[in-house]
Structure formats: C-alpha cells, structure tokens
Design a protein around this ligand. Structure first.
Ligand code: SF4
Length: 409
C-alpha cells in the first residue's frame, strides 16, 4: 500500500460520474487522498474521442463509446505527465432517487457494463494497465443500499488504500453527506432561479436527458448556446423539491387520488425500472406544470432506454400546452450549422412564447382587478362589510367563477 497522501487516482469523466463525483471526491479525500491527486480525464471533445476511439471493438451509443477514449486520455495524458496508481471506473448498478413507488432504480445496462468493455479494449492484445504499472478498479456499486455499497467499496479499494472496515464506513458516510449537500445546494439555486423567472416573466429550459448529457462534448454545446441567449438550464436530477412548489404543481392531483405523492410517476409511467428514465418522466411532469419552464429533450443515437419513452415525454409536455423541443440521435458527429439554426429557431419561438406568457399574466391580473372592483361595488351597493362574502348574491359568485375560468385559459 502506498502512503495515501501520495496515491493518485484517475477517474474517467463519463456516465454517472456527472452525478456521483461529489460522493467519490469526499470519500477519497476523507481517507487522506489529496484533492489534487484525484484526476479526472478531460471533458469530451472530438480530439479526445478520436485519440482513443480506434481501440473500440463494439459500437454502442456515444456516451458509452467515449469510455475508451477517456481511459486512453488518463493513460496517455495524465499518467504520462505524472504517474497514476489506479484508474477507478465504477460499474453503476442501482442508483439513488427521491421518487416513490418505483419498480426499480437501475442504471442502464450499457452504463453498468461499460467499464468491463473498456477493460477488454485495453487488455485484449496486451495488458496496457499492467504495462503502465496501473491498477484498473471497476467495482459494481449499489447506491441505494448503503451497507452493500460500503462492502463493494471496501473490496475494491482495500488493496490500494489499505482500509479498515471502520475507516471505509466513515468515508462512505462522508461521501453520501457530500452528495446530499451538493444536491441540496443545486436544488436551492434552481429554486432561486425559478422564482426569479416568475418575477421577471422569463423562460427557463429543463434539460430532459441523462446526467452525462450535461457534458458539452456529448450535447455538442447545445445547452451552452441556449445559456448564451439568456435561458437558464435546469437539470432533470436536481429540480427543487420544496413542499410549497410540489404542492403548487401536484397538490390537486394528489388530493384527487391520481397520484399517491408529488414524487409518484405511476400515472404516467408504469415500467419504472430505469432511474434516469424515471427522473426524465418526473421532470417532464414538473416542467409541464410550471408556467415559466419549457422542456428540451436530449438523447443519444442507439439509446435503447429513450426510444420507448419518446411518446410518453412528448405526450406529458404537449398535454399541458407547453412547448416541447428535442435533439435526438446525437452521436460523435457535430452538425454545428444545423444545431445553430435550430437553436435560433427555438429562441425565436420562445421569445414569442414569452410574450404570450406575459400577455396571459397581465390578462389574469386585469381580471383579478376587475373582480375585486366588482365585489367592492356590490358590497357598497348592499351596504355589506368586508367579511360579508358569504352574503354575496348568487349571480356575483357565478360571475366570479366565470372570470376565474377565463383567467385560467
Ligand atoms: S441510457 Fe441510452 S445513452 Fe445512456 S448508456 Fe444507456 S443506451 Fe446509452
């Protein structure tokens, strides 16, 4: 075992590391690994992809295919500059989720198996890891069962970190706390931005996609383009969970018995086995019910998980009359020109949509003001006090109902 302060661990910046990096960073650091010795591969780019792609023997979706290139980047760039001791590339199995009444919360099987296919690519002729004096660590991990997770991490990391059970368990707790704090802070920030959008009658975009679709090299910087145009981007995994927000968006359906809780997707998606798919369905429901949000679905070519829910997602969004946009079948080819044209077209549409949002809000405010004036006038005419609403004549209550319906339209 090396002195932990000197151990250098390389981690490919791919797949669900976009969710779990805070957990792993905190886990390793709490065990004495120096933060500067936790080395991530570079962000995906066409150069990074091409440099390592020739080792691939199979042709899955792009997010899985780049696993080889990221490990290549760790070996050829990071390890060459300063030697690493190990490459840590976990096999994500069961993932954590705030949703309820799910059939399961599994990672996509392609995500789970990618570290093994990458290992095969680097060992099929000669063992590149052994040649470089590198250990390749790819444990299966269950994030929904903390005891099992601790056992899996101990088995995998004991050989290079020389861990005791107690140290490992403590580090696992530190890791999960860090993940929770990170998600809480992002959700808090998301809420602040949503409140600001409402105050300013602006539009925000919820990216309906897997965590790794936030990688600019995977989404071909589509999200950056929208941000440059002033649209804040929200992640499907870290939308706000504040009670008042959930009550506002889902309260009526819970009371009507359509769903058991705001975090239940049983009304829209019964086959809820895939964690990211479940989050996508819930985020689509959230977006459809929020007046200042629109959905942007992003998915990769050859994604066997997204194909069955395209219709479900589109249906949820369109039922609410909210705009729905998508970029499907993304792969390693970056069609810069057509992306720019589509972003500009969507921006044009969203500017018109924003005018409509403002017009509706103003109409609703006008109607509210007229309603208040009518009520006040009726009360004056009948000499009623301010708490005499129950004594309002029937025709006034009917008028109130009609006006409120008009405002809702
Ligand atoms: S969910 Fe889709 S895009 Fe992601 S790894 Fe699986 S098949 Fe590929």
């Amino acid at each position: 075992m090396e002195n932990r302060g000197k151990v250098r661990i390389g981690i490919p910046r791919v797949l669900n590391i976009y969710t779990y990096a805070p957990l792993f960073n905190a886990y390793f650091e709490s065990l004495g690994v120096q933060p500067e010795n936790i080395i991530y591969s570079d962000y995906t780019s066409s150069e990074l992809y091409r440099a390592g792609a020739s080792r691939g023997a199979i042709d899955p979706c792009f997010p899985a295919k780049i696993g080889i290139s990221h490990v290549y980047n760790l070996i050829q760039e990071k390890h060459r500059k300063k030697p690493l001791n190990a490459i840590f590339f976990p096999m994500y199995d069961v993932l954590h989720s705030p949703l309820v009444k799910l059939q399961g919360s599994n990672a996509c099987p392609t995500v789970t198996a990618t570290p093994e296919t990458v290992k095969a690519a680097f060992t099929k002729e000669n063992d590149v890891f052994a040649d470089n004096n590198l250990k390749y660590i790819d444990p299966v991990l269950n994030f929904a069962d903390r005891k099992l997770f601790a056992f899996q991490m101990l088995q995998a990391l004991q050989p290079i970190l020389g861990l005791s059970d107690e140290e490992n368990e403590r580090a696992v707790e530190v890791g999960f706390d860090a993940l929770k704090n990170y998600e809480t802070s992002i959700r808090r920030r998301a809420r602040e931005v949503m409140d600001q959008l409402e105050r300013e009658d602006r539009i925000g975009i919820v990216m309906l996609g897997r965590p790794y679709h936030h990688d600019p090299g995977l989404n071909h910087e589509i999200l950056d383009e929208f941000q440059k145009l002033g649209y804040p981007i929200f992640s499907q995994n870290t939308l706000p969970l504040d009670e008042d927000m959930l009550e506002r968006l889902f309260g009526e359906e819970v009371r009507a018995g359509a769903i058991s809780s705001p975090l239940d997707i049983g009304d829209a998606w019964k086959n809820s086995y895939s964690c990211s798919t479940n989050h996508k369905v819930w985020a689509a429901k959230f977006t459809a019910r929020h007046p200042n949000l629109v959905a942007l679905e992003i998915s990769s070519f050859k994604c066997g998980h997204d194909a069955p829910i395209y219709g479900v997602i589109e249906g949820i969004i369109e039922q609410s009359g909210t705009p729905y946009f998508c970029f499907k079948d993304l792969d390693e080819n970056k069609p810069t020109g057509s992306i720019r044209i589509r972003v500009e077209t969507i921006d044009y549409f969203l500017r018109r949509y924003r005018e409509e949002v403002i017009r509706k809000r103003k109409a609703a405010e006008d109607i509210e003001a007229q309603l208040a004036a009518l009520e006040a006038q009726l009360k004056r005419e009948r000499g009623l006090g301010s708490d005499a609403e129950s004594e309002m004549p029937a025709f006034a209550n009917e008028a109130q109902g009609e006006i409120q319906e008009m405002a809702a339209d």
